[in-house]
Design a protein around this ligand. Structure first.
Ligand SMILES: [Zn+2]
Length: 67
Protein backbone atom coordinates (compact mmCIF):
# COMPACT_ATOMS: atom_id res chain seq x y z
CA UNK A 1 0.00 0.00 0.00
CA UNK A 2 1.40 3.37 -0.98
CA UNK A 3 0.17 6.81 -0.08
CA UNK A 4 0.05 9.67 -2.52
CA UNK A 5 1.07 13.20 -1.75
CA UNK A 6 1.79 16.38 -3.64
CA UNK A 7 4.64 16.42 -6.13
CA UNK A 8 7.02 19.32 -5.55
CA UNK A 9 10.02 20.80 -7.31
CA UNK A 10 12.41 23.69 -6.89
CA UNK A 11 11.94 26.55 -9.31
CA UNK A 12 15.13 26.85 -11.42
CA UNK A 13 14.81 30.65 -11.46
CA UNK A 14 13.85 31.60 -7.91
CA UNK A 15 15.01 28.37 -6.23
CA UNK A 16 11.79 28.43 -4.27
CA UNK A 17 9.79 25.30 -3.58
CA UNK A 18 6.73 24.83 -5.75
CA UNK A 19 3.90 22.47 -4.93
CA UNK A 20 2.16 21.09 -8.00
CA UNK A 21 -1.39 19.81 -8.30
CA UNK A 22 0.02 16.39 -9.22
CA UNK A 23 -0.64 13.73 -6.62
CA UNK A 24 1.79 10.84 -6.80
CA UNK A 25 3.81 8.44 -4.69
CA UNK A 26 7.48 7.48 -4.62
CA UNK A 27 6.92 4.36 -6.73
CA UNK A 28 5.18 6.27 -9.52
CA UNK A 29 7.75 9.03 -9.35
CA UNK A 30 10.45 6.39 -9.74
CA UNK A 31 8.87 5.13 -12.96
CA UNK A 32 8.75 8.70 -14.32
CA UNK A 33 12.43 9.23 -13.60
CA UNK A 34 13.42 9.82 -17.24
CA UNK A 35 10.45 11.99 -18.05
CA UNK A 36 10.41 15.74 -18.33
CA UNK A 37 7.38 17.51 -16.91
CA UNK A 38 6.01 20.88 -17.87
CA UNK A 39 5.00 22.40 -14.56
CA UNK A 40 3.42 25.73 -13.81
CA UNK A 41 5.36 28.04 -11.49
CA UNK A 42 3.37 30.55 -9.41
CA UNK A 43 6.57 32.50 -8.63
CA UNK A 44 7.51 33.13 -12.27
CA UNK A 45 3.95 33.04 -13.63
CA UNK A 46 5.32 30.69 -16.26
CA UNK A 47 5.90 26.98 -16.75
CA UNK A 48 9.20 25.18 -16.34
CA UNK A 49 10.49 21.99 -17.89
CA UNK A 50 11.43 19.91 -14.88
CA UNK A 51 12.97 16.45 -14.92
CA UNK A 52 11.01 13.99 -12.81
CA UNK A 53 14.31 13.09 -11.19
CA UNK A 54 14.55 16.68 -9.95
CA UNK A 55 11.05 16.59 -8.49
CA UNK A 56 10.18 15.06 -5.17
CA UNK A 57 7.22 13.98 -3.09
CA UNK A 58 6.50 15.88 0.08
CA UNK A 59 6.68 13.07 2.62
CA UNK A 60 6.52 15.47 5.56
CA UNK A 61 3.14 16.78 4.44
CA UNK A 62 1.91 13.22 4.01
CA UNK A 63 2.95 12.33 7.55
CA UNK A 64 1.17 15.42 8.80
CA UNK A 65 -1.99 14.45 6.93
CA UNK A 66 -1.95 10.98 8.47
CA UNK A 67 -1.49 12.27 12.02
ZN1 LIG B 1 9.78 29.56 -11.49
Amino acid sequence: MSSVSALKYHCPVTRREVQTSIQTDEVTLGTMHRMELSLWCPHCKDSHRVKASDAFVDFAARTWAMA
